[in-house]
Design a protein around this ligand. Structure first.
Ligand code: BDR
Ligand code: CA
Length: 306
């Protein structure tokens, strides 16, 4: 059994990733921890509750950091709608989140089950970095850390052109995590672009007759309508990272390399800097996922929505 803690800023694709984890018969979602990223912390936490409700599961949800560790995030996302879930129709009530802070929960949960939990980080790394500062032994207490983030070829998707959005939001947090965790797995933005769901795959998911597929439809309808020239493909970075967490065999090409995060730079703050040639002779701290089996990824998406 794969025991997962998911740190998240939901977020349309976060929502799909969480549904994927909750639908897996081989996984147990131990907790969700929320962080400001795509939307503010209140919305992120509210959305986490909505997603768990859609899946008809009960999972503890811990609120985390409401902004970046050092420099407040200048701009949040626009592609997830004002509510962070693509303007879904939701009129239900939201239960209160647990009172323990997310960073403390990340430490406590791993300390209670050392070496057993996989941490999947789908948003800015603020909570993970804070927890790492509070407990420097944290990297040894988790089985794996899997991060969706970074643009390894500098093809960014944020207001800083060479930075991926999660690292753009909190570069200092990303820098702490990459300098303190000796071995982590990274699913970068360019890999998500390479593995966008095809138009046929999106259509097949929309045809699934289930409440989860209806939720999926609502979350993507505005985004699909805005796509240039009627393009019907869908880039799903967080589900791709979750697929790697749930099914490590899905990976077909990866590189182990040294990665650092740019904190200065006139145009490159938050850039994920990869030592592709090993020039610095530093130990590889990151498994960079470059390609996966697209069919297996699609199968996990189907399983998430059935
Ligand atoms: C990442 O940024 C967010 O908008 C998504 O939820 C994903 O985690 C992709 O760059
Ligand atoms: Ca996210």
């Amino acid at each position: 059994m794969n025991h997962l803690v998911i740190d998240t800023d939901p977020g349309v694709d976060d929502a799909h990733a969480i549904l994927m984890a909750l639908a897996s018969p081989e996984a147990e979602v131990v907790a969700l921890t929320t962080v400001a990223g795509n939307v503010n912390l209140d919305l992120a936490t509210r959305n986490a509750h909505i997603i768990v409700g859609v899946a008809q599961k009960e999972v503890p949800i811990y609120r985390g950091c409401e902004d970046a560790l050092v420099v407040p995030t200048a701009r949040r996302a626009i592609s997830h709608g004002t509510d962070g879930l693509g303007e879904i129709d939701f009129a239900g009530s939201i239960p209160a989140a647990s009172t323990e802070h997310a960073a403390l929960a990340l430490i406590r949960l791993a300390s209670e089950a050392p070496g057993e939990l996989t941490l999947v980080a789908l948003g800015p790394l603020t909570n993970v970095a804070l927890a790492t500062r509070l407990d420097p032994q944290l990297p040894q207490k988790y089985r794996r850390l899997i991060i969706m983030g970074g643009a390894v070829y500098a093809q960014g998707n944020s207001w800083e052109r060479t930075s991926e959005f999660n690292f753009y939001c909190d570069p200092e947090a990303a820098a702490i995590v990459f300098s303190r965790w000796p071995q982590l797995t990274l699913i970068p933005w360019e890999t998500a672009l390479r593995h966008a769901l095809t138009a046929d795959q999106v259509e097949a998911l929309l045809q699934i007759p289930s409440p989860r597929a209806e939720f999926f439809r609502q979350t993507i309808r505005n985004r699909m309508a805005r796509n240039p020239s009627g393009q019907k493909t869908l880039t799903e970075p967080d589900p791709l990272a979750m697929a790697v967490a749930l099914d490590p065999q899905i990976v077909t090409r990866a590189e182990h390399l040294h990665v650092e995060i740019e904190l200065a730079g006139n145009f490159t703050r938050g850039q994920c800097v990869v030592d592709w040639s090993g020039l610095m002779q530093r130990p590889a701290n990151t498994q960079i996922i470059l390609e996966v089996d697209q069919k297996r990824f699609f199968n996990l998406m189907q399983q998430a929505l059935r």
